[in-house]
Write a protein that binds this ligand. Structure first.
Ligand code: CO
Length: 297
């Protein structure tokens, strides 16, 4: 990790943390999800950075990847368990952070939210050079089980790189034997999800988030303007909301064609069973010579 890269990651981390704290105060019943997401993205830009991935806010049984469509009027409601998950990049170096807000009047989800936060703290306490990722996952699993909940077992933390939001190592939310070891110089995100269900999510609903994974093959009907915009993100995820200056039908058509030829990956919402509540807490950190530094504190 050179000094420039670390400086960019640190700046991205500070901006991500600022936006997360703003969202914690401003996610309220009656406010639209889209208002929160658009305000966060505007704030990231005002602070001199860019979204590392589209701002997202998933409620209740939706664990992750709910991103407003361009005309979304969905509002937060009393009783919701609301995740906010933001990425910021400075010159391609990404920071990723998430928090959960309990919108119930009686604090119904406070213990669940606390379990994911405690699991993150327990995980961070295990972090060190040479530590197997499964050991970090073990600390997450033990903490969440002890609080009476389940970790979401098929979601993981991840490394972060330049123009890359998911690099090795995967950091599980449960104990796993073997696996990679953390190494000095790595930047990675740990993101425990605690839930009231069995702890398995599946993809459900329409994707609003897309990522280019390989250059497109020439094909009929691919809109060059849309393609150019997608490519300007250099492999970072984009949202359908980012293409308001294009004809929506053309955007949808180009996205569908690119996804079919394997150039674009689609990321639909990740959902537990109906009625299950999910809470998430996430920090990005740098494992340096003097130990772990939380970049999104
Ligand atoms: Co993440």
């Amino acid at each position: 990790m050179d000094a420039y890269a670390l400086d960019c990651h640190r700046r991205a981390g500070r901006i991500a943390a600022h936006c997360r704290e703003w969202a914690r105060e401003n996610v309220r019943p009656g406010v639209t999800i889209r208002h929160v997401l658009e305000t966060v993205e505007a704030t990231i830009r005002e602070m001199g950075a860019e979204p590392g991935f589209p701002a997202q806010s998933s409620r209740n049984e939706i664990a992750a990847h709910y991103c407003s469509p361009p005309d979304d009027e969905t509002v937060y409601r009393e009783g919701d368990c609301v995740k906010v998950d933001f990425g910021v990049h400075v010159d391609g170096y990404v920071a990723d952070t998430a928090a959960t807000v309990d919108l119930s009047e009686d604090g119904r989800w406070a213990k669940l939210v606390q379990a994911s936060a405690d699991a993150l703290a327990a995980a961070i306490a295990t972090v060190g050079d040479g530590v197997p990722v499964g050991e970090v996952g073990g600390a997450i699993e033990r903490t969440i089980l002890a609080a009476g909940f389940n970790p979401v077992r098929n979601l993981t933390g991840h490394g972060l790189g330049r123009w890359k939001v998911h690099t090795p190592p995967q950091i599980p939310n449960q104990h796993e034997p073997g696996g990679q070891r953390l190494q000095e110089g790595m930047v990675f995100a740990i993101e425990p999800f605690a839930c009231t269900g069995r702890g398995y999510i599946r993809e459900a609903g329409k994707a609003e988030v897309f990522m280019q994974v390989r250059p497109p093959r020439k094909a009929k009907g691919l809109d060059r303007g849309v393609l150019k915009d997608i490519e300007s993100w250099r492999g970072l995820p984009v949202a359908r909301r980012y293409f308001l200056n294009h004809d929506p039908a053309v955007v949808d058509d180009t996205i569908a064609k690119l996804a079919r030829q394997g150039s674009l990956m689609r990321y639909p919402p990740l959902v537990e069973q109906e009625g299950v509540m999910v809470a998430q807490t996430e920090h990005t950190m740098y494992l340096g010579p003097d130990g772990v530094e939380i970049l999104t504190a």
